[in-house]
Design a protein around this ligand. Structure first.
Ligand SMILES: Cc1cc2nc3c(=O)[nH]c(=O)nc-3n(C[C@H](O)[C@H](O)[C@H](O)COP(=O)(O)OP(=O)(O)OC[C@H]3O[C@@H](n4cnc5c(N)ncnc54)[C@H](O)[C@@H]3O)c2cc1C
Length: 383
């Protein structure tokens, strides 16, 4: 047993890799292509995820979660990502919002939201990107202006995963002197949700553009500090989202490997099975190698999070960079192995190909990751 797939010591009964795999095989894998074509997941799936306790299992038992550690959470997100990246994306953003709540929420905020988020009665979404600001988070123009002891929020957020369905938005906005994180209920007056349908990848992840027009919020909307440390909410939440996307990318590689091995066993070309052709075997051997390497990198980043070690931040960048680029590479090769069949509507390898590319854009694009990882090299080697 390798350390990445070993059972985590603090995993609660009922939520672990094996349970997540069984859940994905029963409730996700058979339907993922239909959801991809429909551009949405059904409400029934969201309820099944809730019944399986997968929305926010890292929350402590007293807040309605199962208290699983980050190693287990990453394994769960890998298994869900192996089935469907759209569903993993919904888990990612809900995880980011509920983790931020757990980390920075006041007792009153925890009391109001945490149990409902653990149970999936309230779904969270993460609103940072705007039409004019993606990689450059400092460029956001959404404003939060003091209004009495609360806030007046104005601006437009876009590409919000889960935005079509989420009940609670974690919104980042500028104040006169800093950036704040605000918990904004969807039901607030002045919130308008516009579905962004027909995306190339993660098509079923209910993406939306959200407009906030003179949304009045009470003092209880502010999550975490509003002054010197406000950026910590953003960076901490993105770091966890990055781990989830890295884990989901491992799931894509695993799915490509399984599809490639199955098809190359069945398909005969010129009297030979594909699996016996050296160039096909080379593709599969690279998948076997990279999925193991990526899984270990994700497990290591998660283990460092569980240990509270700040080295987790760089480890997570590295894991996400490796796993997402490998997923894009292997999804291309899985499609190649399937020939024209992979291009057919509803064939999973076409979906893996489109979904893998998304992971190279979100939670820090490949370019931003390379810049960041290189910075670290210079810091360490010139010290
Ligand atoms: C399917 C999907 C779901 C998403 N879900 C969410 C969500 O839930 N919440 C949310 O807030 N956002 C979400 N996003 C938005 C996502 O976070 C942004 O797309 C991402 O941050 C990149 O921003 P951008 O698209 O504006 O690209 P830009 O920032 O405009 O960048 C364009 C290109 O330039 C590159 N680039 C940027 N800076 C540099 C540099 N310094 N050097 C070299 N190259 C550079 C980028 O890597 C990219 O390739 C989602 C996006 C997608 C596609």
């Amino acid at each position: 047993m390798d350390i990445a797939t070993a059972a985590a010591p603090r995993a609660a009964a009922g939520v672990d890799r094996a349970a997540a795999r069984a859940f994905a095989d029963e409730h996700i894998v058979p339907f993922a292509d239909a959801w991809d074509r429909a551009g949405a997941v059904p409400e029934e799936l969201l309820e099944q995820i809730a019944r399986a306790g997968l929305w926010a299992p890292f929350l402590p038992v007293e807040l309605g979660g199962s208290g699983v550690d980050m190693v287990t959470l990453a394994a769960v997100h890998e298994e869900v990502g192996r089935g469907c990246s759209s569903v993993r994306s919904l888990l990612t953003v809900h995880t980011m919002a509920s983790w931020a709540l757990q980390r920075w929420g006041s007792p009153a905020q925890l009391d109001r939201w945490a149990r409902d988020m653990a149970a999936g009665r309230v779904l969270g979404a993460f609103c940072l990107s705007e039409p004019g600001a993606g990689s450059d988070a400092a460029g956001i123009t959404t404003t939060a202006v003091r209004e009495g002891d609360g806030w007046r929020l104005n601006g437009v957020k876009t590409w919000t995963t889960g935005g079509q369905r989420a009940d609670l938005f974690l919104v980042f906005a500028r104040t006169e002197s800093s950036t704040v994180a605000l918990l904004v209920p969807r039901a607030s007056a002045g919130v308008t949700v516009r579905p962004l349908d027909d995306m190339l990848g993660t098509r079923a992840s209910l993406i939306a553009q959200i407009a906030f027009e003179d949304v009045l919020l009470g003092p209880d909307a502010l999550l975490g500090p509003s002054s010197f440390a406000s950026g910590m909410v953003l960076s901490g939440t993105l770091d966890l989202g990055r781990l989830s996307v890295a884990a989901g990318s491992v799931g894509i590689i695993q799915a490509c490997l399984e599809a490639g091995a199955d098809y190359s066993t069945e398909r005969t070309v010129g009297g030979s099975r594909l699996k016996d052709l050296p160039l096909i075997r080379a593709k599969l051997s690279d998948m076997v190698t990279d999925v193991r390497a990526a899984r270990l990198l994700v497990a290591e980043a998660a283990r460092l999070k569980d240990a509270g070690d700040p080295a987790t931040i760089m480890a997570t960048w590295v894991a996400k960079y490796f796993a997402s680029t490998a997923a894009a590479r292997h999804a291309t090769e899985a499609l190649q192995i399937h020939g024209a069949l992979g291009f057919s509507s509803g064939h999973p390898t076409g979906r893996f190909y489109r979904d893998a590319k998304v992971a190279e854009v979100i939670e820090g694009s490949t370019e931003i990751q390379r810049l960041t990882i290189a910075d670290e090299a210079f810091r360490r080697w010139t010290a």
